[in-house]
Design a protein around this ligand. Structure first.
Ligand SMILES: Cc1cc2nc3c(=O)[nH]c(=O)nc-3n(C[C@H](O)[C@H](O)[C@H](O)COP(=O)(O)OP(=O)(O)OC[C@H]3O[C@@H](n4cnc5c(N)ncnc54)[C@H](O)[C@@H]3O)c2cc1C
Length: 383
């Protein structure tokens, strides 16, 4: 059995940021357990095999909005990460029916503009990771069970071969989507029914979606006065954007418009051929010859989506309650994944907000316990 004061479950942005905040306060007695072999969770940036290290493209989140996501904006500055505006200049293309050719329409520029990080959103993950004590992070460990004991918690995790490990901890921060926590982790005793219902009903933002990305040498569509933005009812991509890297390769990415139950019956080769065909139909023959292509289907990823996400529309759910105020789990278990953020549930900025609220609450509860143990409340009124 291994021990730590705090266990953080999940090394996506919220888990890594919670670890960062704990270390900033001098707390190193924690363990960060991650089911996947790598860090970042829904933040995933890929590189085609080119010598340009600058070429990193997002298959998870691409955008943030520093104009109103101030806490995330401050963190990006503090970590010294470069940013740039999403390219949106030019006309957009629209396919309004199965039979009409694509139409060219006036595009629009969002205000404030969505921003991207140089090096992809994963630059944020890398910057936090390299500031953390690497010995506290354990990857390839899926948390399966949490048991409440008298003063402590027992946490069981499992590696890819099914080998089990047990951790003995005081606090658990759940840095995973609420629905995943409720469905995939066995709580003993069970979570209060109302809380379990709320967590189960909270859809995981973007879990039903999949992205296709095509990389090119040049953004040839810009030469035709096109922004790279397109909408299509014909598909398979429903919404397309420019994903080029300034000073690096050009790219287009699209969100699939067809649901996962259709996608999962097609092979990767079939999906890629359909996407290339659509891009060529809309942007011209050069679009049929990408130098690299990627697909990531989040609905088929067991560390992001559940069966409930496959049918859902994937809307931004209201943040559920993050902790119980009574019963066995009071004061030792807290949800800090992005969906628990009151202001930005489901967003990158939400992962930062939820993690910092969780760490603040944990430190406040630890301080209360400490005060009680050094200065116990008298049982009898003092004369
Ligand atoms: C395609 C897509 C596009 C998006 N676009 C945007 C965007 O443009 N802007 C924006 O703001 N947001 C966007 N988002 C949302 C954004 O990615 C998330 O809000 C954010 O990354 C969530 O971070 P998190 O740490 O809370 O959760 P996650 O990133 O989901 O991290 C949870 C981690 O927990 C791990 N885990 C799960 N179960 C267990 C277990 N039992 N034991 C141990 N580990 C476990 C997972 O492997 C994962 O690493 C997008 C998401 C997707 C998928």
């Amino acid at each position: 059995m291994q021990t730590a004061r705090i266990a953080i479950v999940g090394a996506g942005l919220s888990g890594l940021y919670a670890a960062f905040l704990l270390e900033q306060r001098g707390i190193r007695d924690y363990v960060l357990l991650e089911a996947r072999d790598g860090l970042g969770g829904r933040i995933l940036s890929v590189s085609p095999s080119t010598p340009q290290a600058i070429d990193r493209f997002d298959l998870g989140p691409s955008w943030f909005w520093p104009g109103y996501q101030h806490q995330l904006d401050r963190l990006v500055r503090e970590l010294g990460l470069a940013r740039f505006e999403q390219f949106e200049v030019g006309d957009m293309l629209v396919e309004r029916s199965l039979h009409e050719p694509p139409r060219r329409m006036h595009g629009y520029v969002n205000s404030p503009p969505p921003m991207r990080l140089a090096g992809g959103m994963v630059a944020l993950i890398d910057a936090l990771h390299c500031r953390l004590d690497a010995t506290r992070i354990v990857v390839g460990q899926t948390v399966r069970r949490l048991r409440r004991l008298d003063q402590h918690l027992e946490l069981d995790s499992e590696d890819a071969t099914g080998r089990a490990s047990t951790w003995y901890v005081e606090h658990v921060l759940l840095a995973i989507p609420p629905r995943l926590a409720e469905e995939r982790i066995e709580f003993s005793p069970a979570l209060p029914p109302a809380l379990a219902r709320q967590w189960r009903a909270t859809s995981t933002w973007m879990a039903p979606h999949a992205k296709y990305l095509a990389v090119y040498d040049t953004p040839f569509w810009r030469e035709q006065g096109l922004s790279g933005v397109a909408r299509s009812v014909r598909g398979p991509l429903g919404e397309i954007h420019d994903a080029s890297v300034p000073g690096g390769s050009a790219a287009l990415f699209g969100f699939f418009g067809v649901p996962v139950r259709v996608r999962k019956n097609l092979s990767g080769d079939e999906l890629r051929a359909l996407c290339r065909g659509q891009l060529a139909r809309m942007f011209g023959p050069l679009a049929a010859m990408p130098k690299a292509e990627f697909i990531k289907d989040w609905a088929l990823d067991p560390y992001t989506a559940t069966a409930a996400d496959m049918d859902g529309a994937g809307y931004h759910a209201e943040a559920p309650v993050a902790r119980t105020t009574s019963g066995s789990w009071r004061g030792c278990l807290m949800g800090i994944g992005s969906e628990w953020s009151p202001q930005f549930p489901g967003y990158v900025a939400g992962a930062i907000e939820a993690a910092s609220l969780g760490v603040q609450a944990l430190l406040a509860s630890a301080a209360r316990k400490e005060a009680l143990s050094t200065n116990p409340v008298p049982l009898e009124p003092q004369p």
